[in-house]
Design a protein around this ligand. Structure first.
Ligand SMILES: Cc1cc2nc3c(=O)[nH]c(=O)nc-3n(C[C@H](O)[C@H](O)[C@H](O)COP(=O)(O)OP(=O)(O)OC[C@H]3O[C@@H](n4cnc5c(N)ncnc54)[C@H](O)[C@@H]3O)c2cc1C
Length: 499
């Protein structure tokens, strides 16, 4: 077993991990562990953009706050939302200082778009629909200039090193499944989403709920797990067996695309006065209903009334992806269906990203700091990563560092070959069927019983391998989702109960 003593260890190198790392005082050593490569993250997939009011016009800030609260059905923490909105400008400008080139018009003015639930155009984008990729590339380049940052790609965190109240670092498996302990003054969890728990998701393959699983096993508080956001418009490909589905950004509807059902009729007027730009829960639930009523598994996004050249330039990633599928934006209907997209709840964190365990922080999609309430407003999550990443870094920078020596008491199991794929597949089917957009008590109880069996099997045969820990984290987190969904009997936000 190898051991590295450091000041701060960050688990994950998406936007939440990288931005936190960049804002930590360079006098501290920061080790960043990354399960695969830096670019394989949900952050790199973000298309639509990043929300934020750049000018301090109180009326505009209030409107962004109100839109966020409304999308979250007012279950948000208003203080967290105020922080998110008021600190957006400074942090987005810092992204620009890291050479993120947001799209501008010919006079140099930043171009802004609109997505579901936003009352005005306040979303910045880059490369048309390549916002996440461009931000991640700029931040990665900036990180590589910093001498205090040490990256460990191909290294998966598996357990927190902790006693009853304090975290001392994290235990990992390196590229050859050898154990590697990082002992640190502070640990930041930033492992992103949970998408692969479901059979269909927009998430990257690395989104397997690892931080939530680890934190849960260490006794750290987890909350609001019933709130899973389903994106209304993932590309529906009849023959694809991939769990990861290609996203057709909400910004396409922001630029005027309609939704039509399998009979060619527009339907959003039946569900919301905001039509196609209603919040995501409303649109996903409306599509679910239309699919049910028309006996099909998809609806269509209609861009045929929009200018083909404009669409090609505004959405180059989406345009090219669809071309490869034989579909031309502006000419053909695009088949879409809702799939798992975003984990609204997560590890309970305060306004400085602190969890209830000392020296342990959580940021990004794995954290729940109260900004999203019962549902996330589109394009607020990239913003969350940077605003709270900066706050975590400032909190760490203000600490007095004392070197703590701690011998890890993490149990080390034998490692053996075992194929966890069938279990993951079964889990995906179970979650899609019983813990999806529409939930019932009977379905949730059935899922719970199945999950209990899976979990007991996993616990009976522990295995010191990455595949084992991924399966364990996924099943454990799925159980948390089901338990929270059972406990919340009313329909609110993206949690919809029929009984
Ligand atoms: C297709 C798509 C489009 C989106 N579009 C937008 C958008 O336009 N605007 C917006 O605001 N939001 C958007 N989102 C949501 C947003 O991208 C994410 O919520 C956000 O990027 C999450 O950032 P993160 O750093 O928390 O996680 P990620 O970017 O997913 O990074 C997680 C990191 O943790 C690492 N990791 C995971 N487990 C471990 C482990 N056990 N050990 C070590 N490392 C680990 C991963 O390798 C990765 O580096 C979109 C999401 C998707 C999937």
């Amino acid at each position: 077993m190898k051991q590295i003593a450091t000041d701060i260890v960050i688990v994950g190198a998406g936007l939440a991990g990288l931005y936190t790392a960049l804002n930590i005082d360079p006098k501290y050593r920061v080790d960043i562990v990354v399960k695969e490569s830096i670019t394989n993250a949900n952050s790199s997939l973000a298309q639509g953009g990043i929300a934020g009011e750049l000018d301090f016009i109180q009326e505009n800030l209030d409107e962004h706050i109100e839109d966020t609260l409304k999308a979250g059905s007012y279950l948000n923490n208003k203080d967290a939302v105020t922080v998110l909105v008021t600190e957006a400008s400074a942090n987005i400008k810092r992204l620009m200082s890291y050479k993120v080139a947001f799209d501008r018009d010919s006079d140099g003015n930043i171009l802004l778009t609109k997505e579901g639930g936003h009352s005005s155009r306040r979303i910045l984008h880059s490369g048309g629909d390549a916002t996440g990729k461009d931000i991640m590339e700029a931040l990665k380049t900036e990180c590589l200039t910093r001498k205090n940052l040490f990256f460990h790609e191909g290294t998966m965190a598996i357990e927190l090193i902790h006693d009853k109240k304090t975290c001392y670092g994290v235990s990992c498996l390196d590229e050859s499944d050898e154990t590697l302990h990082f002992l640190a003054q502070d640990t930041v969890l930033a492992t992103g989403g949970i998408g692969n728990i479901y059979g269909s998701t927009t998430n990257s393959t690395v989104a397997t709920a690892d931080a939530i699983g680890m934190a849960y096993r260490a006794g750290v508080n987890i909350e609001k797990m019933e709130f899973i956001q389903f994106h209304p418009t993932a590309f529906h490909n009849e023959i694809s067996l991939h769990r990861q589905k290609f996203l057709i950004s909400e910004a396409v509807r922001g630029e005027g695309a309609y939704l039509v059902n399998s009979e060619g009729d527009r339907f959003m007027h039946k569900y919301s006065p905001l039509l196609e730009l209603a919040p995501r829960d409303t649109v996903s639930q409306a599509i679910y209903r239309e699919m049910y009523d028309t006996w099909t598994d998809h609806v269509y996004l209609d861009t045929r009334h929009l200018d083909q050249e404009y669409l090609k330039n505004r959405f180059p990633t989406i345009y090219n992806h669809l071309r490869a599928e034989g579909i031309t934006m502006g000419k053909d209907l695009i088949s879409v269906s809702p799939v798992q997209h975003f984990n609204v709840g997560g590890i309970t964190a305060d306004l400085f990203g602190k969890t209830n365990m000392e020296n342990l922080y959580a940021n990004g999609e794995c954290a729940s700091n109260g900004v999203h309430g019962a549902n996330r407003l589109a394009s607020n999550s990239l913003l969350e990563c940077i605003v709270f990443g900066n706050r975590i870094a400032q909190d760490i920078n203000n600490q007095i560092f004392e070197k703590k020596i701690y011998e890890s008491n993490i149990k080390q199991y034998n490692s053996y070959k075992y194929n966890y794929k069938p279990m993951k597949k079964k889990l995906g089917m179970l979650m899609d069927e019983y813990v999806g957009i529409v939930r019932s008590e009977e379905g949730l109880l059935f899922a719970k019983n199945e999950l209990i069996k899976m979990l007991s099997n996993l616990k009976k045969y522990p295995n010191n391998s990455k595949h084992y820990y991924e399966a364990l984290n996924m099943v454990q987190t799925a159980t948390l989702i089901v338990e929270s969904a059972l406990a919340r009997k009313e329909s609110i936000g993206c949690h919809y109960r029929i009984n």
